[in-house]
Write a protein that binds this ligand. Structure first.
Ligand code: MNH
Length: 510
């Protein structure tokens, strides 16, 4: 698939190839002991689980390390001081490389995959950011509820049939329907299908393909991945067709009520009066359909796993839900953010398993990382978020334990900035953060209020990787919850806003 946008490469010093040139003191950065000529650090590595392999290397090698595969050397960073230093936007910026660059054939200069210097990034950011304001979110709320209702209808049926529920499968249906409806007025009918919608199959196909491209030597990719490449081209064509149909329908019948697609098609930039091009709209729709559901579905799934495993935590969350929602059948927009403990459960799930498990930062000038590691302009590293989130210096010796109280207000205040980064950092941090949090808290609230969750005692958490993380094979048994006595009237909780809830895009510590 040809890209229609011409893209200047990130400005690199002439002849710049990789870590060898960009990190002049590479000798200070440890690598795994058993390097194999040409192949690199492949002992004990599995191409299906690059993130989990990197966590193992991280534990052996410390806060900054490198891995070499097929002649390419990558630097990984996870120590809290180093990560905080690389969050400095005056010296570092997002790097579009590795997995993300591999998505360019699908997502082009859409928000997620755009290079920093591409004018379409700022244009789309300015046009779409209001779609994630509080007011916009309040508008999505009823649609989110309607989709959650389809999930509970489905779970009620499974329960009646004595069947366990397929958590990742159903969370994916839920989050896809949510972003499709709220963003684009589209209905994929996921809950009416036995198998995933072909859009999901194609999307997962392109994500897995993008990840695989990293694990084969560049020049050999066309040969080794011939069948997969053909499959990938078909997937991309299918994604494009689906999106083009959605856009055509909207252009002819209208009726988006100011949703994301309306913004993409109609809104002009407040200062320049510019509009997104038709090709760019296509890229953005695919971007939002993918970025807007895959990661959220993973984080909901992990949260449900931990809730099922920790009945005392689930009980505390339920008590809060009963107290804040009372017997209101349908929670209002304002009643979601008040579920403080549910929010901590979610934060803690995203700490252990940040479902977008890495982001890349590049030096925008010659500088040093934490005063120790000189870097040339253009040099970059991957921030390994799951390991940052387990740094014992920040999170303590019990960092591997699931404990939502790590996110009570006092504990949060006592930690240094930039130690918790599930949504990335800086100007290119996640635009959909509030959207994901609102949707997830709403759904967890509804599910915990309605069901008791029983884990399969034989299940051991297994995490699959396809750029994003997802618990594999997670099934839960449900019991319909017996309402606990007379429920009290909703309790007024002060409308205190968490510091980062104010701006839909940028947070206080960015
Ligand atoms: Mn989201 C960027 C994580 C939900 C749309 N998202 C990012 C980044 C991370 C991330 C990390 C930064 C990547 C980088 O630096 O290269 N996002 C998440 C997680 C969830 C999530 C963990 C859910 C949980 N994201 C969502 C939702 C949407 C969305 C929901 C849309 C409705 N995310 C985006 C877009 C970007 C992004 C768009 C790119 C923003 C930009 O570069 O301007």
């Amino acid at each position: 698939m040809a890209e229609t946008t011409t893209v200047a490469p990130t400005a690199l010093p002439k002849g710049f190839r990789g870590a060898e040139q960009g990190w002049p003191r590479l000798d200070r950065i440890p690598h795994p002991p058993r390097r194999i000529p040409l192949l690199g650090d492949i002992v004990g590595a599995d191409r299906r689980t690059p993130v989990q392999d990197s966590l193992r290397y991280a534990r052996q090698l410390g806060p900054i390390f490198r891995r070499k595969a097929f002649g390419k050397e990558f630097v990984f960073v996870w120590g809290a001081d180093l990560v905080a230093d690389m969050a400095d936007e005056s010296r570092f910026a997002k790097h579009v490389g590795l997995g993300i660059a591999n998505l360019r054939p699908v997502a082009g200069d859409g928000l997620f995959t755009a290079y920093n210097h591409e004018p379409n990034w700022q244009l789309a950011h300015d046009v779409l950011a209001p779609g994630f304001s509080r007011e916009a979110m309040a508008g999505y709320h009823p649609m989110m509820l309607a989709v959650a209702r389809r999930l509970t209808d489905h779970w009620d049926r499974e329960l009646a049939a004595g069947q366990p529920v397929d958590v990742p499968g159903d969370m994916t249906k839920l989050t896809l329907e949510t972003i499709a409806r709220t963003g684009f007025g589209h209905d994929f009918g996921s809950f009416e299908r036995d198998r995933p919608h072909p859009f999901v199959t194609s999307m997962v196909g392109t994500l897995s393909y993008a990840q695989r491209l990293n694990s084969v030597p560049g020049p050999l990719a066309p040969l080794l991945l011939r069948t997969a490449t053909r499959r990938n081209e078909a997937d991309i064509a299918y994604l494009n067709r689906t999106v083009d149909d959605m856009v055509r329908t909207r252009r002819t019948t209208g009726g988006g009520d100011g949703d994301l697609l309306d913004r993409m098609l109609e809104t002009t930039h407040p200062e320049t009066g510019e509009r997104l091009s038709a090709e760019n709209v296509r890229r953005q729709v695919i971007t939002f359909l993918v970025a807007g559901h895959e990661t959220t579905s993973g984080s909901l799934s992990f949260a449900l796993h931990y809730l099922a495993r920790h009945p005392e935590i689930a009980a505390r969350a339920r008590a809060e839900i009963d107290q804040v929602w009372g017997d209101t059948e349908v929670p209002g927009y304002e009643q979601i953010a008040k579920l403080r403990y549910v929010r901590r459960v979610l934060d803690e799930s995203l700490r252990l398993w940040p479902t977008a498990p890495a982001y890349a930062r590049e030096a925008t000038r010659d500088t040093e990382v934490a005063g120790l590691h000189p870097v040339r302009r253009g040099a970059w590293a991957l921030i390994l978020t799951p390991m940052l989130h387990r740094d014992p210096e920040v999170w303590g010796a019990d960092a591997e334990e699931f404990d939502p109280d790590r996110f009570d207000a006092k504990a949060v205040r006592s930690r240094a900035p930039h130690t918790y980064k599930p949504f990335g950092t800086g100007a290119r941090a996640c635009i959909g953060r509030q959207f994901a949090l609102h949707e997830s808290m709403l759904v967890l609230g509804l599910l915990l209020r309605r069901y008791d969750l029983r884990p399969d005692p034989a299940y051991r958490l297994r995490v699959t990787e396809r750029l994003t993380l997802m618990p594999e094979g997670l099934r839960l048994h449900l019991d319909r919850r017996v309402p606990s006595g007379p429920v009290t009237a909703p309790v007024a909780v002060p409308d205190e806003v968490t510091p980062d809830a104010r701006c839909p895009v940028h947070r206080a510590d960015d």
